[in-house]
Ligand binder design. Structure first.
Ligand SMILES: [Zn+2]
Length: 119
């Protein structure tokens, strides 16, 4: 098991397995966040946070909520607005322990234009 946490450790996300790769996306939002996304479904992760300490940002077509810790500001994950158990839950792999984060190969996704992987 692996635990991704924000800097102040208020937000904790447990995952059972590491992804094979993580995704760096150049869309207008992800390039600003600098996140590396590890994709799971909602039923594969366990999220803990003190009540009222997660804030969401939802933009564009409003399919996705981007969540950050209101205490330390770290962007921890995004979720589909659709809350079914199999819906997407993406963990910001930068919240994993350093050596784990650095061990994960990064794929570059062209979310700004073609919606294809660039590698
Ligand atoms: Zn925090």
């Amino acid at each position: 098991m692996f635990i991704a946490t924000c800097h102040c450790q208020n937000v904790r996300i447990e995952i059972q397995e590491l992804p094979v790769t993580v995704t760096s996306c150049n869309c207008s939002l992800c390039r600003r966040y600098g996140a590396r996304w590890a994709y799971f479904s909602r039923d594969q992760v366990r999220l803990e946070a003190e009540p009222g300490t997660l804030s969401n940002y939802c933009w564009g077509d409003r399919f996705i909520d981007f969540w950050h810790c209101t205490v330390c500001g770290c962007l921890t994950h995004y979720t589909s607005v659709d809350t079914e158990p199999g819906s997407r839950f993406a963990v910001n792999a930068r919240m994993l322990p350093l050596e784990v984060m650095e061990s994960l190969p990064v794929r570059h996704f062209d979310g700004a234009d073609t919606w294809q992987y660039l590698d």
